[in-house]
Design a protein around this ligand. Structure first.
Ligand SMILES: *[C@@H]1O[C@H](CO)[C@@H](O)[C@H](O)[C@H]1NC(C)=O
Ligand SMILES: *[C@@H]1O[C@H](CO)[C@@H](O)[C@H](O)[C@H]1NC(C)=O
Ligand SMILES: *[C@@H]1O[C@H](CO)[C@@H](O)[C@H](O)[C@H]1NC(C)=O
Length: 400
């Protein structure tokens, strides 16, 4: 095999050749099927018989497992080790662990990737609409599908909780009691707003927990918000963004979530009722009250904005470029593009390796000929030399 710089990403042994063959036949299906999710019990039965892809009028049986096969084929060979000492991002920046990794084994089903929404999401382009298509897909559908895919890649649990509403609070408050419930069944939960996603689907959560120093005493990890006036609490500290939360099961975590959800009752926190409807809602309640009550050194891990908030398109907002976790408050239109990135940054090197790897089968070198009218005439050695010297004449780089 030739020496392409993609080897690291696609370090497959020869015994994995069949996977490439499988992969190429499955490529069109990757795109068609990436939307396919197994219906869970809360979905009305009318949604369960949906068939894909619509444009080709093909349907798959209920026990079709090819989507998990595709995910394994695409991501399996390149998963980053959970206890790796470093990670190199797409810009070549290297991130190193600060000490011995705490997590050396996969956590699997101890981790819950969690979506929470109280809206029906059945409209055009929305996730619960059986006729979801790439074209016209709404941003939040892309976000939640990327969360689901992340869980499938690493074998974590995934749940979408259709939350009841509070009668007197802004909708986003429901994530507090729902996260609290989820922390009763799972040791680690990762809650993401639908405009938040992991930028490297092959980088496991365990690695990030190692990198961000998760300890047994940590209740939650959240990213700090950009350094802008609206992001400061009443004491002059910057808010933590509640759009991305990693929380760890413990008695103290349950207490914290209880106090958080009950904050607006003002039995404990005078003035909290205001945040029932005022922006930034539950985030302001956490920022103004809870974080000061849960302030042991390991309680709340504050993640750097540059690593766990924002997006490259928002880098001018305090450098928050979302190295590991992207949050598209800057432009929700970028969410679907990033779901595509999450597939294409892996599919492309594999497709390219296959293209060049089988080059002798489909790259035809007609440079040994010259064109005259409609005819190809073989060049003499001397003519070949001249042709090499004149290369690029009458052409421009990638020009059309
Ligand atoms: C798609 O399949 C359905 C059911 O098999 C059939 O009734 C319909 O005519 C098909 N449409 C096209 C465009 O082939
Ligand atoms: C990252 O870790 C691997 C495995 O220990 C090592 O081979 C590699 O040189 C490291 N890369 C960098 C940039 O430090
Ligand atoms: C983790 O610990 C290292 C070393 O003490 C420190 O430099 C780093 O900022 C910590 N990371 C977080 C997210 O707290």
């Amino acid at each position: 095999m030739a020496d392409y710089s993609y080897q690291a990403l696609a370090n497959m042994g020869p015994q994995a050749r069949w996977r490439r063959v499988l992969l190429i036949t499955l490529i069109p299906m990757v795109f068609a099927l990436i939307y396919y999710s197994y219906p869970s019990s809360y979905i009305p039965s009318s949604l369960k018989s949906t068939t894909y892809p619509h444009t080709q009028n093909v349907s798959f049986s209920d026990d079709d497992t090819s989507m998990s096969t595709i995910i394994k084929a695409l991501y399996g060979p390149i998963l980053h080790p959970v206890d790796a000492g470093n990670f190199t991002d797409e810009d070549g920046d290297v991130y190193r662990l600060h000490g011995e990794p705490k997590f050396k084994q996969k956590l699997g089903k101890k981790v819950l990737i969690l979506d929470i929404d109280s809206r029906p999401l059945t409209g055009e382009g929305q996730l619960m609409n059986p006729d979801l298509k790439w074209k016209g897909m709404r941003p939040l559908s892309a976000g939640m599908l990327s969360h689901f895919m992340f869980a499938k890649i690493h074998g974590y649990d995934y749940k979408f909780i259709r939350a009841p509403d509070y009668a007197d609070r802004w909708g986003t408050w429901v994530k507090v009691p729902m996260m609290k419930e989820a922390l009763k069944t799972h040791e680690y939960i990762v809650f993401m707003d639908s405009d938040v996603m992991f930028h490297y689907p092959h980088l496991p959560l365990e690695w990030l927990l190692n990198y961000w120093n998760m300890t047994d005493d940590t209740l939650a990890m959240m990213s700090i918000d950009p350094n802008e006036p609206q992001n400061y609490d009443e004491k002059g500290n910057r808010y933590l963004n509640t759009g991305f939360v990693i929380a760890r099961q413990s008695k103290r975590t349950q207490e914290m979530y209880k106090a958080w959800a009950e904050c607006p009752s003002e039995t404990k926190y005078q003035g909290c009722a205001r945040w029932k409807l005022d922006w930034a809602h539950e985030q302001a309640a956490f920022g103004n009250y809870l974080r000061y009550d849960y302030d042991r050194p390991d309680d709340i891990r504050v993640l750097p904005c540059v690593e766990a908030n924002g997006a490259p398109e928002a880098a001018n907002r305090g450098g928050c470029k979302g190295v590991f976790v992207r949050h598209f408050w800057v432009d929700k239109g970028l969410v679907a593009k990033n779901l595509a990135d999450g597939v294409m940054q892996y599919l492309l090197p594999r497709l390219h390796q296959m293209y060049l790897g089988h080059a002798n089968e489909h790259i035809v070198d007609a440079k040994g000929f010259r064109l005259e009218g409609a005819d190809l005439i073989e060049l003499t050695e001397e003519e070949k030399e001249t042709a090499r010297k004149n290369q690029g004449k009458n052409q421009k780089d990638e020009g059309f």
